[in-house]
Design a protein around this ligand. Structure first.
Ligand SMILES: C[S@@+](CC[C@H](N)C(=O)[O-])C[C@H]1O[C@@H](n2cnc3c(N)ncnc32)[C@H](O)[C@@H]1O
Length: 390
């Protein structure tokens, strides 16, 4: 009887967040951590797989590789997939789904690859049980991940079953909300921590604030997750309870204050809808305000800005907008640290401040700059202590 070996774990993430994810994995006790492209590999066990799903903020999916083989054509793919003992993992009443990813491979269409793998699993089950599982792309018992790079194919079990950015708090959204994992990764990279005031002054749907509050309170992002592994034959409820109890015990008081605003009434309403948690509402001041009319509420703090990218407005208007952002920060927010995410590298230059750190990130398909600006009252030399954010 085949049993899943939880020793080797692959956690998927966004490009640019691999190192942040690696340090998150280290904190939950992962060993032999290896940074890959858009993923991190580690040695773990069933408990660390449960914990990875519940606790990692920058993880999109937690996979367990189960089979690795060469593929040159569709027969290889079908034959190797079918040779796996699927009948030991699921029953005909289980539902399945297949996700596929290919690059530089003998195949041209990801959908075709997924279909072939699904056929092989279904045929194997039919041969064994005389009955077959059905497909449920939304909420299957078993989601299989196929990854083909050149002539190498890896089949993995998706222990999460859905993308872990779906934390459950987002009930409404504005036009261009950041992905929750990306926002969390940016905050973790920024060096911000519980105790430092947080300013989210073009908040949109409030993603930065919600993720920052979760980081400050050390609340596991997916403590209420409905993961696929909960439906598996080898699921251990006591082990999962241990992980959840540990996550609950780790929650701490939030010391930071949060100032969250947007010029748009709709964005403010959406942010309020997403921040239903009463603890959060006590600490977060949400208001409708033009950024250019905001003022600091204390001597220092950290600002996160994700201005509109301005694809639909002229460069001149954009230039003026970004220049005004730089001026506002320089004159009204001395002694603050500010991080700006922009998908418009030309416009970023008009901010007119020298970034102390530049990070390249992908926001969906848009290549973005995530830059840090350290604002000083006097000369840079006198204020080197503000370099504590690293
Ligand atoms: C790209 S969206 C921010 C998305 C946000 N990070 C999220 O995750 O939902 C840009 C936001 O900037 C806001 N905005 C544009 N100009 C502004 C201004 N002058 N003051 C404050 N907010 C502004 C827009 O209303 C919009 O909600």
């Amino acid at each position: 009887m085949y049993s899943i070996n939880y020793n080797k774990v692959i956690v998927k993430t966004f490009q640019g967040l691999e190192d942040v994810l690696a340090s998150e994995i280290e904190k939950i006790g992962g060993r032999d951590i290896e940074v890959l492209n858009r993923a991190v590999l580690f040695s773990g066990n069933k408990e660390s797989v449960y914990a990875a799903n519940v606790k990692l903020r920058t993880a999109l999916r937690v996979l367990i590789p189960i089979s690795d083989f060469d593929v040159f054509n569709e027969n290889d793919l079908y034959k190797h997939t079918k040779s796996f003992p699927w009948q030991d993992l699921i029953t005909p009443s289980s539902t399945i789904a297949v996700d596929s990813f290919i690059s530089n491979s003998p195949f041209n269409h990801t959908n075709y690859v997924a279909l072939k793998v699904k056929d092989a699993i279904v045929d194997k089950m039919r041969e064994h049980y005389n009955s077959r599982p059905s497909v449920d792309v939304e909420n299957p018992v078993l989601r299989v991940n196929v990854h083909i790079f050149k002539n190498n194919c890896t089949l993995s079990l998706d222990t999460s079953g859905y993308s872990l950015h779906k934390r459950g708090y987002r009930q409404a959204q504005t036009d261009a909300p950041l992905n929750e994992c990306l926002a969390a990764g940016m905050i973790l990279m920024s060096g911000w921590e519980n105790g430092i005031d947080f300013y989210d002054l073009m908040c949109g749907s409030g993603t930065f604030t919600t993720e920052a509050f979760s980081i400050a309170s050390n609340t596991a992002p997916n403590i209420h997750g409905n993961f696929s592994f909960l439906k598996w034959k080898d699921y251990e409820p006591d082990l999962f309870k241990k992980v959840i109890d540990d996550a609950k015990k780790s929650i701490v008081d939030v010391k930071s204050r949060f100032f969250t605003s947007d010029i748009s009434a709709k964005a403010v309403a959406v942010t309020k809808t997403n921040m239903r948690n009463p603890d959060m509402r006590k600490k977060v001041h949400i208001s409708q305000k033009d950024f250019f009319e905001t003022l600091p509420q204390a001597k220092s703090g950290m600002i996160m800005l994700n201005p509109p990218y301005g694809e639909r407005i002229s460069l001149d208007d954009n230039k003026d907008f970004y220049k005004r952002i730089g001026d506002k920060l320089k004159f009204d927010y001395p002694d603050f640290n500010c991080w700006i995410l922009s998908g418009n590298p030309e416009s970023v230059k008009f901010i007119g401040l020298k970034p102390s750190k530049k990070i390249n990130l992908l926001n969906g398909k848009i290549e973005c700059k995530f830059n840090r600006y350290d604002l000083y009252t006097g000369s840079r030399k006198e204020n080197m202590s503000f370099d504590k954010f690293q």
